[in-house]
Structures are given as structure tokens and as C-alpha cells.
Design a protein around this ligand. Structure first.
Ligand SMILES: [Fe+2]
Length: 398
């Protein structure tokens, strides 16, 4: 009933919302980083970046020149692939023995997650493993080094979230979070100039991640009026920007819009939570190296269809959530009376148009997916799906 009341605008306001970073948004904003650090008395930073994506970028020279003009020097760490615990620990150890005063992550979601974990572990004893949800027993205090996040892809929204995903891939592998409101960066810089060189297949996968996060948070059991407001804004922006970003990577206005949508997805997932797609990305990503955004995009149509069918079965309990799915269809399809079928069709259309590969392309088999279905969770999804239905969703995504 609470949800239907909210839709009517007469619910009781009763919710928490996590902190958000200070935000610099717009083309050229990266150049303000030097001033920001200087004004805080920060003279040396640990700069965590991607590998070739940073060293071969158009912005590198100007950025490093700007830092040096502000009197800020850096110790750079290039990371590739998902952040592994050993990598985080070794960067932390090196930084600890230096005169570094702050951590800046400039790169994709994995780079920013590494920066978040390093800044936190600089104030904690032991290995990052000891603090991971479901892996270690130790608790984070919330203390960390000053932290700035500068995403170069528009996807995970990690620059706005309170967790960092740490992965150990392969046999016995896991993808688990380091989580505390203290992990939310002090400053996020969304400068679309940095995403300009991002290749189409990366832009589309990252964009599908942001879109999935917005939708899952929007229809979550834990959503609240504020997260709804931000999720609707994010869905509107993502629906408009995503196809254009893939077709026309140099359109800076659209790049900005997509970066904004991804940031909003990070803001809302922290309080509202996620759903089935993200409940399956963890066991899938722990089993094999596969881009997170590819899994999101590939699972989204089947997961949305199955969730809608389950909510229809759930009668009055599902009704409010179906209203939200319809609203999402309206926002994304930009037409009045968007139907539930058009929502699933739109997602399938994008998967096809963006040429997002199936799970089979990464070596997954039907047997392996049966095991993964058992390990998947529904997270905060209101749709009650059985593990057979989850398996069906995974098979459709093969
Ligand atoms: Fe995600």
C-alpha cells in the first residue's frame, strides 16, 4: 500500500539517504582538480589510472601539466582488469610508505573502485579481504584518505556509491563489496571530454549498466521518494543519450547527459538497492572474466520480462511495482501509455543494435548457468522468481 500511496503523493515520509560527493559537472572541469587539491593543502597524490587508456589519452598531457601548475605531484599506479585484493593491498603498502596525502581515481569503474579501496585501506590494518562482505570478519571504521573520483566511462556510477567491488576470478572466486558510507568520494568530477575516446562497445556496455542500475533501483522494494525522483531523471537522460552515444561518440552534449545518468544511478542504488540482474552479475563475474556492463545488458531484457510476469502473478502486492515499470516504459520510450511489452522490446532492440554478445561468447555453458542460477539472488527486487525462473533468464541470455 505504501508504494501506491507514494504514487498518489500522500505517503508518510520515512527514509534514509546516503551522502553524495561534491560534484563538478561539465566539459573541462578536470582542470579544476589542481585548485581543489591546492586549496586543501594537498601537495602529493596517489593517482590511480587505467593502463594504455590513460597513457595514450588526449587529456593526459594537459591534465598532468595542470596538476604541476597547482604545485601537486603524483605517484601513479596503472591498473587493469577487476580490482583484486592483492593489488589493492600492494598499492596501499607502497602509498603508506610515501608522502602521499590523497587518492585520485581517474578511469573506468574498476579504477575508481581500486582508488576507493586503497584510500580506505590506508586507514585500516590487515588485508582488504578481511573487510569484504561475506569474506572477512573485520569492520570498516569509515575513515580514509581524501578521495576524488574522475570517471572516464559512463556506467557503474562508482563515483557516487558507498561500495567498491573487489574480485577474485576463477575457481573459488568471488566478487564482493567493501562497503561503508565513508567510501563515498569527497569529490566527483564528470568531465565528458574524458569519455570522448571511449570505444562504442565499451560505451554501450557501460551505458547498459547505468540503465540497469536506474531501473532496478527505481522498481526496488527499498526505493523512496527521493531515489524515485533521481531515478526518473536518470532514466529520462539515459533513454535519450544511450543510443546517440553509441552511434555518435563525439557528441559531447550527449556524453555529458550519459555521464550524468550514470552518476544518478550510483546515487540511487546506494539507498534503494538493486535487483535480479545485479544479483546474477556477482556469480557470473566471479566465474569468468566478462565485462560487468555486458552481463547487465545481456540479462536486462529477459530479467525484466520475467520480473513483470512474476509481479502480474503477485496480484495486489505487485500492482504498485507494475505501475512503476509502466512509468519507466513511458520515460524511456518517450511516449504516453508506454506498455510493459514495449519496455522489454526496447531493451532487446538495444542489445541487438549495440551488438552485446551472449554469455556463450565468454565460455559459459547451460550446466554452468544452472550452478550460477543457484548462487544468484533477487537482491531488492519485488518480483518473486524461483531459481528455475532465474535459470530461464540466464538461458535466454546465453
Ligand atoms: Fe552495475
Amino acid at each position: 500500500m505504501g508504494l501506491l500511496r507514494r504514487i498518489l503523493g500522500n505517503e508518510t515520509l520515512d527514509f534514509d539517504f546516503l551522502p553524495s560527493p561534491r560534484l563538478y559537472m561539465g566539459a573541462g572541469r578536470l582542470q579544476r582538480l589542481g585548485d581543489y587539491l591546492e586549496s586543501r593543502g594537498i601537495r602529493r597524490i596517489a593517482l590511480i589510472t587505467g593502463g594504455a587508456s590513460y597513457s595514450q589519452s588526449d587529456y593526459r598531457e594537459g591534465f598532468e601539466g595542470g596538476l604541476s601548475e597547482s604545485g601537486v605531484s603524483f605517484l601513479r599506479f596503472a591498473v587493469s582488469g577487476e580490482p583484486a585484493p592483492d593489488k589493492v593491498d600492494s598499492i596501499r603498502d607502497e602509498v603508506q610508505n610515501s608522502d602521499v596525502q590523497a587518492v585520485v581515481g581517474l578511469g573506468g569503474g574498476s579504477v575508481i573502485d581500486t582508488a576507493k579501496a586503497v584510500s580506505t585501506m590506508l586507514r585500516h590494518e590487515g588485508s582488504v579481504r578481511d573487510y569484504l562482505e561475506g569474506v572477512g570478519e573485520r569492520r570498516l571504521s569509515g575513515s580514509r584518505y581524501p578521495l576524488v573520483a574522475v570517471p572516464t566511462t559512463a556506467g557503474t556510477g562508482s563515483e557516487a556509491t558507498s561500495n567498491a567491488v573487489i574480485s577474485e576470478v576463477g575457481e573459488g572466486g568471488y566478487k564482493k563489496s567493501l562497503r561503508h558510507p565513508g567510501l563515498v568520494p569527497d569529490l566527483a568530477i564528470l568531465d565528458p571530454e574524458l569519455t570522448r575516446g571511449c570505444p562504442a562497445e565499451l560505451s554501450s556496455a557501460a551505458g547498459m549498466d547505468a540503465l540497469t542500475q536506474l531501473l532496478e533501483a527505481y522498481v526496488s522494494k527499498n526505493s523512496n521518494p527521493m531515489s524515485d525522483l533521481l531515478a526518473e531523471e536518470g532514466l529520462k537522460r539515459a533513454g535519450r543519450a544511450l543510443p546517440v552515444v553509441v552511434r555518435n561518440p563525439d557528441d559531447l552534449r550527449t556524453r555529458t547527459e550519459m555521464a550524468y545518468a550514470a552518476y544518478l544511478s550510483g546515487l540511487v542504488l546506494g539507498t534503494a538497492g538493486l535487483g535480479l540482474v545485479h544479483g546474477a552479475t556477482s556469480p557470473i563475474g566471479a566465474a569468468r572474466h566478462i565485462p560487468h556492463g555486458v552481463v547487465c545488458g545481456r540479462l536486462l531484457p529477459a530479467a525484466t520480462g520475467a520480473s513483470i510476469r512474476a509481479l502480474e502473478r503477485q496480484g495486489a502486492e505487485g500492482a504498485g511495482f507494475l505501475v512503476k515499470y509502466r512509468r519507466a516504459a513511458e520515460i524511456l520510450g518517450r511516449e504516453k501509455g508506454g506498455s510493459l511489452k514495449t519496455l522489454v522490446d526496447l531493451f532487446s532492440h538495444w542489445v541487438e543494435e549495440f551488438e552485446i554478445p551472449g554469455l556463450e561468447a565468454y565460455g559459459f555453458s547451460e550446466e554452468e548457468l544452472a550452478v550460477i542460477a543457484q548462487k544468484s539472488s533477487l537482491k531488492e527486487s519485488p518480483a518473486k522468481l524461483s531459481s528455475e525462473e532465474i535459470y530461464e533468464v540466464l538461458l535466454e541470455s546465453l
